[in-house]
Design a protein around this ligand. Sequence first.
Ligand code: NAP
Ligand code: GDD
Length: 345
Amino acid sequence: MAQKKAFITGVSGQDGSYLTEQLLDKGYEVHGMIRRASSFNRGRIEHIYRWGKERNNFFLHYGDVSDSSNLNRLVEKIRPDEIYNLAAQSHVKVSFEVPEYTAEVDALGTLRLLDAIKETGLDCKFYQASTSELYGKVQEVPQSEKTPFYPRSPYGVAKLYAFWIVKNYREAYGLHASNGILFNHESPRRGENFVTRKITLGVAGVKAGARECIKLGNLNARRDWGYAPDYVNAMWLMLQKETPDDYVIATGEMHTVREFVEASFRHLDISVRWEGEGENEIGVDGNTGNTIVRVDPKYYRPSEVEQLCGDTSKAINALGWKPTVTFDQLVEIMVKADRETVKSR
Ligand code: NAP
Ligand code: GDD
């Protein structure tokens, strides 16, 4: 069988890096889009790049999903069998600061790629990185593919456009285009300003004596957190189906930010005692009495997504997918990795 070619936008991100590793392992030739930046932005894929260069199966191309001519040229040149559109301004809080840019990249970027496929007439499967943020102010618990959407941020609204334009191109032009409605997924490669990574880096810093405490926003927010490598495997499974469709990918278990903090400290033998309320709440080290967690309202969002919990039965039945890492294992993996990060800094 001929070697399959994949094109990944967002290759330098958390998911892009794991997906690249998995596709190379499956024998794919992988092409990734990278942005020109004034500082090094390939930290997550540097190891793969060196390895892939030797084997001549991993290639990077400069580009940006806000640039149609670049996208058209790349799709025409690479002629991929599968496209994974992971590129996004992916930070929800930041999207309130840069709403127009977020729409340009997260919404219109998706349209540009779909249109490039349509115009080249390429027989190519398309994966869209949709998100549980579409559910926002949740209309039912847990959320399935049938739950109505109610996004709560410029990010969520931009991704809502992307979700529907994927469906529209599927129905209008017969494209093999699928939406993966992925709930939060984390790893040691998670960006440092997402809450899980901020916590695991923070607790490792406190344990090492490199910092006094961690400052967080809404401790009561609840999320359905899974392990990123499991989730990128689901992306691939979706594109192996004969017909395109939309799938929820989640663990079905919900935890608060507060629980994530407690579990992280627990892995370092520190117990947290909570005192006070709201902005005045603090987390105190049960052994030393030191304040190790504080609330800072600057991390609150203008409109918050209070809870997310996914019903992944469709993916379990149709894709044979299920999560392999529990909440506690995820916390342990991340804390362990960040103890090393703190030592090396
Ligand atoms: P991430 O770590 O923030 O990675 C985002 C990637 O997109 C990076 O490679 C980034 O490049 C690239 N990018 C940003 N703007 C771009 C542009 N204008 N043109 C081209 N590339 C651009 O995100 P992630 O966690 O891997 O998530 C991957 C995708 O899944 C995103 O679309 C995200 O919205 C979505 N998603 C994530 C989760 C989750 O829990 N992780 C859940 C649901 C959906 P630089 O490295 O140069 O910044
Ligand atoms: N980032 C951050 N920083 N979030 C905090 C903090 C903090 O200091 N303190 C509390 N939180 C709360 C946020 O208010 C939110 O309710 C929750 O922690 C999770 O925040 P993030 O880790 O930033 O992730 P997110 O859920 O907003 O978005 C992520 O998941 C989405 C899928 O549901 C991103 O990866 C999105 O790209 C993705 O679509």
